[in-house]
Design a protein around this ligand. Structure first.
Ligand code: S3P
Length: 440
């Protein structure tokens, strides 16, 4: 079977479809890491069983923790905050996962043995200095490839010192890694963090860990003390809004169609995509809102429309929609006017340079863009109807480039050959199966 996905037709109208997408990736990885530090057995259900999460489970196994994965439920037998047991010079493979690669380093700052961290081709092009630099302040030692990249070596210390740090990028990966390190450190660490997804802080609160958050308008002040003990964490992972977003946008772009996506995590630090799409005229409603262990969950109802407006996107929405921009750009492609997205240099630091790829896909579709290092102008065309052949390949197997291209093909027509279908296994192995159900 070639690893190319071919699409020759637009999707037909669909009505009142009800779907469930897989568990949240950020929460799945965090659950694995917290459970590995807990004292006793933690259980999860609806865990996302994707390559990134499997790599996380493999990583804690390497650190001597017992795990049992069955379908999408998992048990982890934590042995407490000092319970890792491993030999010198082990190798941990974060594969494609920036979240695993960065978060786990925070857990290893007190390691008295050398550990090597490696990743795949895409992860090996991503910046690890953003995390080694602040972790060095705690006292851990690092050796990075070309001073910035994987493979890297970490050697921790038992004599960790608390730090004061200003996280300016709005990176939840950096922030979370520092919280993990601070939970191992005597004294009080202060992190001033530009707003980003806050799942780690919410889990700390649920677990009664010594972490407090003072919320200011554009940043948070997070105060962390050393944790004495972590209790087991049983968790039913809600659905991932970043996976739901593919179907939200598919429906938005399809007039006379509608869909409900069940049990989605609508944490306010994740719903930038919904706020942006609504400002562009999309019809989206949260139903059946409820709380679960600090997170907020809802069913999302979406109705297609033919009148989409352009947006001058406020940059304070960037971090809460950072994984959804390729999709938001598709909506801008059909809007009646010119949209502008700015201060987005972080987007080029993902699994592939996504700002560039977003622009490239739109250009292949016949949509004009004006691209800079950190911004894009998109000249929308409400009548867009593609007739030509489009090939998408050599994009570092970025799962979100693949899935966004599929949504573009089904929405705008044309004859698409989209390479590296297997990339969906990174974050959303059920993606094509769910699409098939909608088309039935
Ligand atoms: C994530 C944080 C984001 C996001 C990634 C998942 C997380 O990255 O892009 O897909 O789970 O913490 P940054 O923190 O680097 O912005």
């Amino acid at each position: 079977m070639p690893n190319i996905f071919v699409i020759k037709k637009k999707i037909k109208n669909f009505n009142n479809k009800i779907i469930t997408v897989s568990g949240d990736k950020s929460l799945s990885i965090r659950w694995v890491l917290f459970a590995s530090l807990a004292e006793g057995k933690s259980k999860s259900s609806n865990l996302l069983v994707s390559e990134d999460v499997k790599a996380s489970i493999q990583a804690i196994k390497k650190l001597g923790i017992k795990t049992r994965l069955r379908k999408n439920s998992c048990e982890i037998h934590g042995k407490g905050l000092s319970g890792y047991n491993y030999k010198n010079n082990i190798i941990i493979n974060a594969k494609n996962s920036g979240t695993l690669g960065r978060l786990i380093l925070g857990l290893l700052v007190n390691s008295d043995k050398n550990i090597k961290l490696i990743g795949d081709k895409s992860l090996s092009k991503r910046d690890f200095k953003r995390i080694s630099k602040p972790l060095e302040k705690f006292g851990a030692k690092f050796k990075l490839t070309k001073n910035k990249y994987l493979p890297l070596r970490i050697l921790g210390t038992k004599n960790l010192k608390p730090i004061n740090y200003y996280e300016k990028k709005g990176s939840a990966q950096v922030k979370s890694s520092l919280i993990f390190a601070a939970l191992r450190t005597n004294g009080t660490t202060f992190i001033k963090a530009k707003k980003s997804r806050n799942h780690t802080e919410l889990l700390c609160r649920y677990l009664n860990l010594p972490v407090t958050v003072l919320r200011k308008k554009n940043f948070d002040i997070i105060k962390i003390k050393k944790a004495k003990k972590i209790k087991p964490l049983n968790y039913n992972i809600p659905a991932d809004i970043s996976s739901a977003a593919f179907f939200i946008v598919l429906t938005c772009l399809k007039n006379n169609s509608s869909m409900t996506i069940k049990n989605v995590n609508i944490n306010s630090s994740r719903i930038g995509v919904i706020i942006i799409l609504k400002r562009m005229g999309a019809k989206i409603i949260f139903k059946n809102k409820r709380k679960y262990k600090g997170e907020t969950i809802a069913d999302i109802f979406v109705k297609g429309t033919n009148s989409l407006k352009p947006i001058n996107c406020p940059e304070n929405l960037n971090s809460s929609s950072i994984d959804e921009f390729l999709l938001i750009f598709l909506v801008a492609a059909k809007a009646n006017g010119v949209s502008f997205f700015k201060s987005l240099s972080e987007l080029n630091k993902k699994e592939s340079p996504r700002l560039k790829w977003g622009s490239k896909i739109l250009n292949l579709m016949g949509i004009k863009t004006k691209l800079s290092n950190n911004s894009i102008k998109i000249f929308g065309n409400p009548k867009i109807n593609i007739k030509k052949k489009i090939i998408i390949k050599d994009y570092l197997k970025d799962h979100r480039v693949f899935m966004s291209s599929v949504i573009a093909a089904l929405s705008f027509g044309g004859h698409w050959h989209i390479h590296d279908k297997n990339s969906i296994n990174t974050s959303f192995p059920n993606f094509l199966r769910i699409l098939g159900e909608i088309q039935k």
